[in-house]
Design a protein around this ligand. Structure first.
Ligand SMILES: [Zn+2]
Length: 70
């Protein structure tokens, strides 16, 4: 249950690594319910793959300004 590979509660969940061998190098604290610190949150949301993956989970929460799809 207390998997040392997982980030602590209140810690940024930014992960680095491949093949299931992840580490969580970011020690920035985050608010409860927030996954990433501001720095990594920005990185996540500029990555198309990450953005797509997160949008599936967060589309109910996120309130991004919708650009007009001309
Ligand atoms: Zn971070």
């Amino acid at each position: 249950m207390n998997d040392p590979r997982l980030p602590r509660t209140g810690q940024c969940k930014w992960a680095e690594g491949t093949g299931g061998n992840y580490v969580f190098p970011c020690k920035n604290r985050v608010e409860p319910g927030v996954s990433y610190c501001a720095e990594h949150h920005a990185l996540v949301y500029i990555s198309p793959e990450e953005r797509r993956r997160h949008r599936e989970h967060r589309q109910q929460q996120i309130a991004a300004p919708a650009r007009a799809a001309a």
